[in-house]
Design a protein around this ligand. Structure first.
Ligand code: SF4
Length: 402
């Protein structure tokens, strides 16, 4: 009998106007025509995701505390579709009275009445994909929206009296200078969101950019410049009162994204829909990335009642994931149980990073730790430790897998 204690659910809504040049997410391009109708393959997709959710209805489950609609561009899904998915989640899992329901929305893909209708359905957190405030940079990364769409979107967010919303930016864009980034941060602060995400552009191999651009070389900013952008964001946003609670995320106190914290704490979560990952009872599973393969998998899996999809995550993988995800958080991570050899190896490997001021090694009383056996908690320092987190994480990985 499966008994799930997870209380977080991610649902993937894979519709986008066009594919951005840096994007390797599983999406379907729907073009620039009229708003999507709740029929044809859109209806078929929502029905498939509902069927996947319904596979849980015969098992003991907990009410959800966080629900996240990501994409893709969830604001392209007709309201009836979102309503069906929420009804289905409520019937199968139910949710807490203070559930966080997040929806990603892109400028130019929603209206004020639509935003208000989302709120009526229970959505209480929005994530606005601005990425940049400059039209030339937006055009250069293949985004469909422009500055005028952003201003309109923010105006509607205010008219709808949305209290909990994130403004998402990307740094390190082609032809982006430090002044451009400074301007984006300035306009972002002017909008007064309760949360900001600032991700550095990643060049994925199977994207238009992956085929054209080389990280660190023009028109992409140099590594030195992207580091300056990171530090500028850290200084500007913390000075404005935002808490830098995760490597790439800032929030007004108490308005951190609860759903994403489930991932960073390496806790379990449901994933539903194309390409979505779930992590349940020690099993991690990523669903197929194309619609036909997802439907075929779903049909096959529904036939195997009583199983959880995916491979078991080994104890070593779980340990490494807990450290690597937990170190993304400003609060750091308490070490899981380690052997005395592992404690010694970790203490030695991180000593030089501690001297550089990148990481704090702490004992159980949160005091600086001067002995391997007393090592209890690790915390990256902001901003240098976050900036060089890859180096620290590589050393942790090497010393725990040797
Ligand atoms: S809008 Fe987001 S999901 Fe869609 S193509 Fe662009 S980056 Fe990818």
């Amino acid at each position: 009998m499966i008994v799930s204690t997870s209380t977080a659910a991610y649902l993937h809504l894979p519709f986008c106007r066009q594919r951005c040049f840096y994007c390797d997410f599983p999406i379907a391009v729907v073009g620039h025509g009229a708003p999507l109708a709740f029929s044809g393959w859109i209806l078929e997709y929502v029905e498939a995701v509902c069927k996947e959710i319904q596979t849980w209805q015969s098992f003991p489950v907990q009410p959800l505390t966080t629900i996240f609609f990501g994409g893709g561009t969830p604001s392209l899904l007709p309201l009836e579709g979102l309503s069906c998915l929420l009804d289905c989640l409520e019937q199968v899992f139910g949710w807490d009275t203070d559930v966080e329901i997040s929806l990603e929305i892109d400028p130019g893909t929603f209206t004020l009445p639509q935003l208000q209708a989302y709120q009526d359905l229970g959505v209480n957190r929005f994530s606005l994909g601005v990425q940049s405030f400059q039209d030339s940079l937006l055009e250069g990364i293949g985004r469909h929206h422009r500055r005028a769409d952003i201003d309109q979107a923010i105006d509607w967010i205010y008219q709808a009296e949305v209290k909990n919303w994130s403004l998402d930016l990307i740094s390190g864009l082609p032809n982006q200078g430090l002044e451009d980034w400074q301007r984006s941060l300035y306009f972002a602060l002017t909008a007064k969101p309760s949360h900001l995400s600032c991700y550095d552009l990643v060049i994925e191999p199977n994207t238009a950019f992956g085929k054209q651009l080389q990280p660190g070389t023009g028109p992409l900013p140099t590594d030195e410049l992207t580091a300056q952008m990171y530090c500028l964001a850290q200084q500007t946003l913390t000075k404005a009162g935002y808490h830098h609670y995760e490597i790439s995320n800032y929030a007004r106190p108490g308005q951190e994204c609860r759903h994403n914290q489930v991932y960073w704490h390496n806790q379990s979560y449901y994933g539903f829909g194309l390409g979505a990952t779930s992590y349940l009872q020690g099993h991690r599973f990523q669903r197929p990335r194309t619609r036909s393969a997802y439907y075929a998998w779903l049909q096959q899996w529904r036939g195997q009642s009583g199983s959880i999809p995916g491979e078991t995550v080994s104890a070593t993988e779980r340990l490494l994931e807990t450290l690597m995800l937990g170190l993304r958080l400003a609060q750091g991570v308490t070490l899981p149980a380690l052997t005395s050899e592992q404690q010694k190896a970790l203490f030695k490997a991180l000593g030089s990073h501690q001297q550089r001021g990148w990481i704090s090694l702490l004992d159980a009383e949160s005091q600086p730790c001067d002995h391997p056996q007393a090592l209890h908690h690790l915390q990256l320092q902001d901003p240098e430790g976050f900036l060089f987190s890859n180096t620290v994480l590589t050393d942790i990985f090497n010393c725990l897998t040797e």
